[in-house]
Design a protein around this ligand. Sequence first.
Ligand SMILES: Nc1ncnc2c1ncn2[C@@H]1O[C@H](COP(=O)(O)OP(=O)(O)OP(=O)(O)O)[C@@H](O)[C@H]1O
Ligand SMILES: [Mg+2]
Length: 312
Amino acid sequence: MSDARATWIAADPASVHILEIGEKLADAATTLLITGESGSGKDQLARWIHERGSRRDAPLLKIDCASLPAELVESELFGHERGAFTGAVARKPGRLEMAQGGTIVLDEIAALGPGLQAKLLRVLEERTFERLGGTETLRMDSRLMALTNTDLGQAVATGRFREDLFFRLNVLALVVPPLRERRGDIAALAAHFVARLGPVHGRADASLAPEAVKLLESYDWPGNVRELKNAIEHALVFAKTWQLDIADFPEILRAAGRPSAAAGALRSLEEIEREAIKATLEATRYKIGQAAEVLGISRKTLLEKRKKYGLM
Ligand SMILES: Nc1ncnc2c1ncn2[C@@H]1O[C@H](COP(=O)(O)OP(=O)(O)OP(=O)(O)O)[C@@H](O)[C@H]1O
Ligand SMILES: [Mg+2]
């Protein structure tokens, strides 16, 4: 979430649809659940929605539930009083308190342990909370956005996530499809990253060769938009001219773009026949008698096939 103002590039109908819904949800007070594969743009979308709503001038604060230890997630969220635990030398407000009127983003909510799941459910139901070790009851008037790249329904089914909390979070939900399912975005995103990152790499004039765009559009992007952004950055660093070409992109992309040996061998008999006739005609400088002899067919058959394959 490094952009000063979040743009959400959308060219594919699937993304345009997400923006339309996002716009409608921007002012809702209800918790929003954003699901999507890693790198698909959940953070970016959360910020975009925050900035569309009336909370835009209040802070957007984020807690990454997957990378912080459970105790830290808890104190980051609720804050603590002095002496609440060893090392709590002073009172510290939590994100819930600091974001008053703004948005709290809980990233990778599926990683929340059972204790915190219960606490969060209570906060969402009562809209009140206390600092750790404290007795003062504080009101929550920020909006919660929960992000996850795992299937929460599945986590409920296997007992890893509370069903009641899931229902609470799932009232408003947005699914960001993987990039390979909205290929219409690829060219627009690529152009956006070239324009934004070009100047950073001394290539303010950079643009994409049409074949490079085709390569980008044919790749599956397991790392989604983040991988696309990194690929553009790679190409900007390696580009020899202002035009980013296939050769400038990471090998993994170029390898995926190359037809494999097996796929290359899969041609129809007609294609093979056409190629054989074409090559023989060229080799014999279009001497029909000689070419027919080499191919082992009659002059009449060769003339028919020449016509059929448009080899005049
Ligand atoms: N539609 C978009 N328009 C412009 N930039 C985008 C878009 N979607 C994603 N990005 C950019 O792609 C990168 C990855 O997006 P983001 O961090 O939002 O993904 P994520 O879904 O939160 O990934 P993770 O699950 O790994 O946290 C970021 O640099 C973000 O700015
Ligand atoms: Mg993220």
